[in-house]
Design a protein around this ligand. Structure first.
Ligand code: ADP
Ligand code: MG
Length: 309
């Protein structure tokens, strides 16, 4: 099946000369949840904005549902719902009217059942007649989603949907995204929370400094993220890793005072208890122990050879 989104050789240099995207190729399958993960300034919003036709690319092309986003802008755009990173809403309009208006913008005929359903789904039903400016920040965010969905798009973009959002709303968002996916909506979300990608995504793309440095099935990425490192401070420095510990791939620090063991924290057998038992048997004493989680930052450093911001 043809991907719903195809991005080819996309480059963006802003007027300042800053290269925000440096040759992005990406395909998004129909019905998947794709998380675009990257630090601030990586180019996430730029990429989304180009796909949605809000920013012009310097080079390259994008097709949405087979339509070129420049030559066939209207048809491509009609397939897309966008919840932008920055909230901007019409302060004095009633909630329900703004959602109806969003639908109308795309030339869709009024459908009060659909609009009511969205308001209910997003826990905005009680507020349907309230003015937008009376809503809390979290409710405004829900409203942005209702507006983005009002014209029944096939693809929904959520740009940092949960940045600065409380835990309850974040859970609600995740549940909503899952329901939408069940209805066949393709979802692309950007985030800098690894937890969010873990919870939600089928596939994850990592973007850094305008380059897509990795695109992988979530499960495979999480296996990498599940790596931990055990560090043992030794009571006495060692000249080398003792042969009796050869079964564990250990590293000894240059000064011989620290043993390091990388393991998969999600594995059934981490090898940690058996390592500690063997060390005791061999009389290798340690005075301190710590474990550290491989973080997204570590992954970035791995991926971009220490050039990560
Ligand atoms: N309108 C703009 N003009 C000039 N530079 C911009 C503009 N928008 C974004 N940038 C720069 O492009 C880079 C990528 O920004 P952005 O796409 O917003 O990243 P992200 O969403 O991943 O935080 C950043 O260095 C940012 O400062
Ligand atoms: Mg952004």
């Amino acid at each position: 099946m043809e991907p719903i989104i195809t991005v080819n050789g996309l480059e963006k240099a802003y007027a300042s000369g800053h290269k925000a995207l440096k040759g992005i190729d990406l395909e998004i399958s129909r019905g998947e949840i794709f998380a675009l993960l990257g630090p601030n300034g990586a180019g996430k919003t730029t990429l989304i904005s180009i796909i949605c036709g809000l920013v012009t690319a310097t080079r390259g092309s994008v097709r949405v549902g087979g339509h070129d986003t420049v030559r066939d802008y209207k048809r491509a755009r009609s397939l897309i719902g966008l919840v932008p990173q920055e909230l901007h809403t019409d302060a004095f309009e009633p909630v329900r009217a703004t959602v109806e208006f969003s639908r109308g913008l795309f030339g869709k005929r009024p459908d009060s059942g659909l609009v009511d359903g969205l308001l209910r789904d997003l826990s905005l039903w009680d507020k349907r007649d309230a003015k937008v400016r009376e809503l809390s920040g979290g409710m405004k965010r829900r409203l942005m989603i209702a507006k983005a969905l009002a014209h029944e798009p096939e693809v929904l973009f959520l740009d940092e949907p949960t940045a600065g959002v409380d835990v309850a709303l974040r859970r609600d968002m995740w549940a909503l995204v899952r329901r939408l996916r069940e209805r066949g909506v393709t979802i692309i979300l950007t985030t800098h929370y690894i937890e969010e990608a873990e919870e939600m995504a089928d596939r994850v793309g990592v973007i850094n400094k305008g380059e897509l440095v990795l695109v992988e099935e979530k499960d495979a990425l999480m296996r990498k993220l599940g790596k931990k490192e055990l560090r043992l401070t030794l009571a006495e420095p060692l000249p080398g890793v003792p042969p009796g510990l050869a079964d564990w791939k250990l590293e000894l620090s240059a000064d011989g005072r620290e043993l390091r063991y990388g393991f998969d924290a999600k594995a059934e057998r981490t090898g940690v208890p058996s390592l500690l038992a063997r060390m005791r048997d061999l009389g290798v004493a340690f005075t301190d122990l710590e474990t550290r989680q491989t973080s997204l930052e570590d992954i970035f450093v791995d991926l971009v050879g220490g050039k990560a911001a």
